[in-house]
Design a protein around this ligand. Structure first.
Ligand SMILES: [Zn+2]
Length: 129
């Protein structure tokens, strides 16, 4: 595959931002569903308003329940939040390791990717990620 390492155009960044925000919404939707299945009905209306971890902390739920629900999704959410942060700070699309641009083809598959494919494979071989 031809490499197209280059800075993203503003309209491409906006497109990725949309995808990331949508993905984030989807994850929180799943979290809300999962939470509701684990707690009594009196909490359900409160859970409807939860859109991030701060909201979640406002509800008086058992920590075990929160941890159980968040565990599987935490990494993904962190990666998405990190990508959104980078967009706001003009650093989106740069590889954390080599600081070169990540191919747009890779970002299309994983908009929250923090490493270019080469670095990711290298780090995996070394057992660092
Ligand atoms: Zn790299």
């Amino acid at each position: 595959m031809a490499k197209t390492r280059r800075p993203l155009k503003p309209e491409e960044i906006q497109e990725f931002k949309k995808i990331l925000l949508k993905k984030k919404d989807e994850i929180w939707e799943e979290i809300r569903k999962d939470l509701k299945s684990r707690v009594s009905e009196e909490y359900h209306s409160l859970i409807n308003d939860v859109n991030d971890e701060e909201d979640l902390a406002q509800i008086d739920l058992q920590e075990e329940i929160i941890l159980g629900v968040m565990e599987a999704r935490k990494k993904e959410l962190e990666a998405i939040n990190q990508a959104l942060w980078k967009i706001d700070h003009g650093e989106y699309g740069k590889c954390l390791e080599c600081e070169d641009w990540i191919c747009i083809e890779r970002l299309k598959v994983r908009p929250w990717a923090v490493y270019c494919l080469e670095c990711k494979q290298q780090l995996e071989r070394l057992g660092k990620i």
